[in-house]
Design a protein around this ligand. Structure first.
Ligand SMILES: [Mn+2]
Length: 253
């Protein structure tokens, strides 16, 4: 039995399946998806449905699921007129997700929204005596272990949008991790972008680590781009082994 994490696949269902195959994921294993399963890529709703339908798969919310929850009709109607609708549909690749969401029947849409509302935003788990804090991006001690529906909009916003590696003023954060003894597993900012910000080039698909902060965002938001080392990064918490899956492995590159 092993515990895995993956994040930011942004609708790349084929990479998701390839990754599960590569790690030989079984009923005895656990998978934590650390946010941004949807948007930009082709099959986000399909990834969400698979996470929802498997007892040993768990979603920690990302800013894209957060936008979706605040964009679509809360009762499952095929409408998108919530406060984040424009931000989601036109600026963050949500239109593809909304189209697929609309193909579900109203019962399935309601059930999906209920499930999303019961997902955690920050969750700490213990593997081999080591504490791993799973969060899409930021951390606040007072918000640990809360489900989405138990939190205020602004508090969720802080966790899923803010980062010490974002460049825009609005979402820029500081190193909130260094005062804790957990190992933080996060996504949100693609590793190649973090590296370029720090003045390094990204020579292959890999995780980024600084002290107790780990970023496993393989950069699927960009889709398959020639000469960019992006794809999925499955991370096994038990022994810290990384399983990279490049777009070329599903016939794209
Ligand atoms: Mn994100």
């Amino acid at each position: 039995m092993a515990v895995y994490a993956v994040s930011d696949l942004h609708g790349q269902y084929d990479l998701f399946k390839k990754g599960l195959e590569k790690i030989a994921f079984s009923d005895n294993d656990e998978l934590y998806f650390i946010g941004d399963a949807i948007d930009r890529g082709p099959d986000g709703i399909r990834i969400l449905m698979e996470l929802k339908n498997n007892k040993n798969m768990h979603l920690i919310l990302g800013n894209h699921e957060f936008m979706m929850l605040n964009a679509v009709d809360p009762n499952g109607k095929k409408k998108c007129n919530g406060p984040d609708a424009e931000l989601w549909l036109y600026y963050n690749g949500g239109s593809k997700t909304f189209e697929q969401y609309g193909k579900l029947d109203i019962k399935a849409r309601r059930s999906l929204l209920l499930w999303l509302q019961r997902c955690y935003v920050i969750k700490t788990i213990e593997v081999n005596g080591e504490k791993f804090c799973l969060t899409h991006s930021y951390y606040r001690e007072d918000l640990e272990g809360k489900m989405y529906h138990e939190m205020e909009y602004d508090d969720v916003w802080d966790i899923v949008w803010r980062s010490m590696y974002r460049e825009d003023y609005e979402t820029r954060g500081s190193d909130v991790y260094k005062d804790y003894d957990h190992t933080f597993i996060t996504g949100h900012v693609p590793v190649f972008r973090v590296l370029s910000r720090l003045g390094y080039t990204c020579d292959r698909l890999k995780i980024f680590q600084k002290g107790n902060f780990i970023d496993i965002d393989g950069g699927c938001a960009a889709g398959s781009v020639p000469r960019v080392h992006n794809g999925a990064l499955f991370y096994r918490l038990d022994d810290k082994k990384v399983f990279p899956i490049e777009f070329s492995e599903i016939g794209l590159s």
